[in-house]
Design a protein around this ligand. Sequence first.
Ligand SMILES: [Mn+2]
Length: 324
Amino acid sequence: MNLSKTALVTHRACMDGSACVILFLALGGKQENVFYSDPGANKVDRVVKRALLELAGPIMIADVAISEQLADELDDTERAVVLLDHHRNSVPLNRFDWCEIEVDNQRCGSMMLYEQLERTLRKEIANLHEHAFAHPGDPRTQLTRLLEYRSLIQLVDVRDRWVVDGDPAAQTISTFHIVIGQKLFVERFFKKPTTFLFNEEKYLVDMVERKKVDYIEKVKKHIRIVDTESGGVKIRVAFMMANDHQSELGYSVTHDPDLDVDIAVMVGSFSVALRSHEDCPVDLSQLARLNDPHGGGHRCASGFSLSRVLDGEIIDIVKEKMRF
Ligand SMILES: [Mn+2]
């Protein structure tokens, strides 16, 4: 498999996106051919159009999705495109044979990519001449390299889909991603596939884990709870201000028996993040769409732009309202 001319478009600032980049680089993809995008079809469309202009080779889109309109346009071109996603709003793209969307969110984006790469490599190996010499671009060498990432991808999958009784090591690796950021995370795992953290890495993670516990406690003290309904269903919603640790915070709030809420609404500086209890009947990807046509995500985790609900950027609202 030769990925040297292939472009990868994936999820910015997300561990699942980082894992896609790691697999891509490990199999010979080029750093300069990686394009990061925030989620939301309009944003991904822009990034994909840029990749189409800058590069002439095939395009892989993983863990994010384009609009149906752009998919229609691409469907009419000769360009080889593959799209793998597990976000609920992308399901309509399944009608294109080059799109694979997980309808029930059974696999995260990087797991979908991992399995697709593995399938392709095994096919290539089956077609190899028996006595062919192994070389760096050889599918056998590539498969060995790919399999080294099995445990990383499993942890990312547990974490990205928020598997409740998943491996606690998934939590550690996620905190590690927060601490060092996407770029360094990709570098680290490209060089060393092991998911066992070194002492200095563990130290960083412990420090942040402790601060996180304090942060979650502090935010939970200022929660506002509202009893309301959505689509005829009675729900209890907790509102809070939070820019950080939204997944852990959302989980903690929706699983706190004293609060007994269905949905956590976390208001950040630019966006609103939603998390629900697994038993909550409301589909959060739809709720996000209701508030912002570009919003979306999964059934139990989604988000939308704050400026959409406020009808403006928060800084401009304060600028206008502030008295001098
Ligand atoms: Mn994902």
